[in-house]
Design a binder for this molecule. Structure first.
Ligand code: SF4
Length: 585
């Protein structure tokens, strides 16, 4: 059965500055790890109707039974109550976080309470320390915070540093938690929950070893998976990263541009993965234990203001989603402008996706004269990246009521200022970068995290090519996909490896080497049950989907296979509500 250390949960109370370690085989044996264990701990620890910024809100980090053992088993799941949606917060990140938690000897970490002063936590094996962080609270750049902590905390072993920027300190509802330098728990505002607890950072390291009962069997299974991950299947992610998607999506008309007013523009080639690689790529990096290395880092040279031939070189990570949100959605036509926006977002500790969508909405509000420059303080104009840099700063500093509202997301801001029809959020979370058809929008709206990775509707759209089944059937397919993905997020593996680990033989063989015997049917049932647990949490916290909450813009701008039918979406959402009431309460 499970190794003892993997079933340990570290409970930290920030108010009392105390901690306890408990063995919880009951949790891990039933729910595997990651999302499965995370949602149970959230239900145990976070009372119904908790205010996301109260000390009672609980942050869970959870890894999985094959973390650090197999390729791409390198993600950590974070669960919390989201200040952006007021409901389930779930965010995944890689970097070194998962392996560090595992090497420190934990399957999960639970953080509650609120410190009286800013602090950061260091966790090394069985030791937890609470350090005064007043000197690093308010530092302008989240990257610098990481450097300072790296110098102070000189543990040996696998080490991960998670920290917030000024956005998290100021409780921007979509503040991110940066881990290492280029990975993030980006979505749904975990950074703001850290900020509300006066928690600036968490550094974790450990040096344990994992004992395998049959190393030869392990090596056999490992090699099979490694061969698949280094096959052509993953090559595109290594070569150009997720930015490889820009041109194909633009070509089919699925790339949202200028607040989804357009699906075609002349900036796509400039922001493409091909152009960024040819002109800016400085290096590729990988999450620990991943041979794919999809993380692409631009080496960006900025000329010195006064000295000729002197340059400041910044290393700036980029992916498809920020290219969409901070690039095409804002009508940016030059790569330099996009990279500058990306760099500022990273330093402020903001979720790039929500930030870009919020600024796109603000621009349209200004263009339509629904708000004036006295509210936006900046004359936003699609394509003008320098103005958007000021906008990002204003979201974090909140100099007036408009920005106080915008820092709570487009759903909240449009309730106050109007413009709901083109405030592109789904379940109050700002939209990802796909306007491919009905399945993608339904998928975000109905998904537990309101994320494109919940159930990959964008991929269904592209396979269906406009030949949609009855709306009820499409919803059932999305539910089945999302339930299967709970297996991935409980193992916890990167979703880019879904084809490998949702080939159930691979997963069954991996689990056998760590002493877990599950059949395909049992795994699928477990995935569905974890999905059910999440949905019951969401309804407990007051979420019931209504087609009236969909932004009208998605019906106005044609998708690649034609305009999306409102009637089709309404029928689909009605069917989902029925299933939610009957099967998932
Ligand atoms: S494919 Fe990319 S995101 Fe996934 S584990 Fe590898 S490096 Fe990390």
């Amino acid at each position: 059965m499970f190794e003892d250390k993997f079933t340990r949960v570290l409970y930290i109370d920030l108010s009392k500055k105390s901690f306890a370690i408990k063995s919880r085989p009951d949790l891990f044996e039933k729910w595997l790890g990651g999302s499965g264990v995370g949602i149970q701990l959230l239900k145990e620890e976070c009372p119904k109707d908790t205010d996301p910024f109260s000390p009672e809100n609980t942050i869970i980090f959870a890894v999985g039974p094959i973390t650090s053992l197999y390729p791409l088993a390198s993600k950590t799941v974070a669960m919390f109550k989201s200040p952006l949606t007021g409901n389930l917060g779930e965010s995944h990140a890689g970097g070194r976080s998962a392996v560090s938690i595992m090497m420190a000897g934990y399957g999960a970490i639970v953080i509650k309470g609120k410190s009286d002063i800013p602090i950061y936590l260091s966790i090394f094996d069985n030791e937890v320390r609470f350090h005064d962080a007043r000197a690093i609270w308010g530092i302008k750049d989240a990257i610098t915070v990481g450097k300072i902590i790296r110098q102070r905390e000189t543990f040996s072993g696998q080490r991960s540093i998670m920290r917030i920027g000024r956005a998290g300190e100021n409780l921007v509802s979509f503040a991110s938690l940066n881990t290492e330098t280029y990975r993030h728990f980006g979505r749904l505002g975990l950074g703001a929950v850290f900020g509300s607890k006066n928690l600036k950072a968490l550094v974790i390291a450990g040096k344990r070893t994992i004992n395998l009962t049959d190393p030869k069997a392990y090596l056999r299974v490992y090699k099979n998976i490694l061969d698949e991950t280094t096959s052509s299947l993953m090559k595109k992610y290594h070569d150009l990263g997720t930015a490889v998607n820009v041109l194909p999506l633009h070509e089919i008309g699925g790339l949202p541009i200028e607040n989804l007013n357009k699906i075609s523009y002349e900036g796509a080639a400039e922001l493409s993965g091909e152009n960024l690689a040819q002109n800016y790529l400085g290096r590729r990096i990988a999450c620990t234990g991943c041979p794919v290395a999809c993380v692409h880092i631009a080496a960006f040279r900025d000329p010195h203001e006064e000295e000729k031939y002197f340059y400041k070189t910044s290393m700036i990570g980029y992916d498809y989603e920020p290219i969409y949100s901070l690039g095409t959605m804002l009508g940016i036509k030059d790569a330099k402008g996009f990279l500058k926006l990306m760099d500022r977002t990273e330093k402020l500790g903001l979720d790039a996706m929500s930030s870009g969508v919020a600024l796109a909405w603000a621009t349209e509000m200004l263009n339509k004269n629904i708000v004036t420059e006295s509210e936006t303080l900046v004359k936003f104009s699609f394509g003008d990246w320098e103005k958007y840099i000021e906008g990002l700063e204003n979201i974090v500093l909140m100099p007036n009521d408009f920005y106080k509202a915008l820092s709570r997301g487009t759903s909240y801001a449009s309730e106050i200022y109007g413009g709901k029809d083109f405030a592109l959020n789904f379940g109050k979370n700002e939209m990802p970068g796909y306007h491919t058809g009905a399945a993608t929008h339904l998928g975000w709206f109905l998904g537990a995290r309101h994320s494109h990775l919940d159930n990959a509707g964008y991929s269904m759209d592209q396979s269906l090519k406009g030949d949609y089944p009855e709306p009820e059937k499409l919803v059932d397919n999305l539910i089945e996909e999302e339930a299967n993905r709970q297996i991935l997020s409980s193992l916890v593996v990167c979703f880019f490896a879904r084809a490998i680990y949702l080939n159930f033989d691979n997963t069954i063989n991996c689990l056998k080497t760590v002493g877990i015997d599950l059949t395909k049917e049992e795994l699928k049932e477990l995935g569905m049950e974890i999905y059910r647990q999440k949905m019951s949490y969401k309804t407990q916290e007051g979420w019931l989907p209504s087609h009236l909450d969909l932004p009208k813009r998605i019906f106005e701008t044609p998708a690649p296979f034609g305009k999306i039918s409102e009637d089709y979406m309404k029928k689909a959402i009605d069917h989902f509500r029925d299933r939610l009431e009957k099967d998932f309460r």
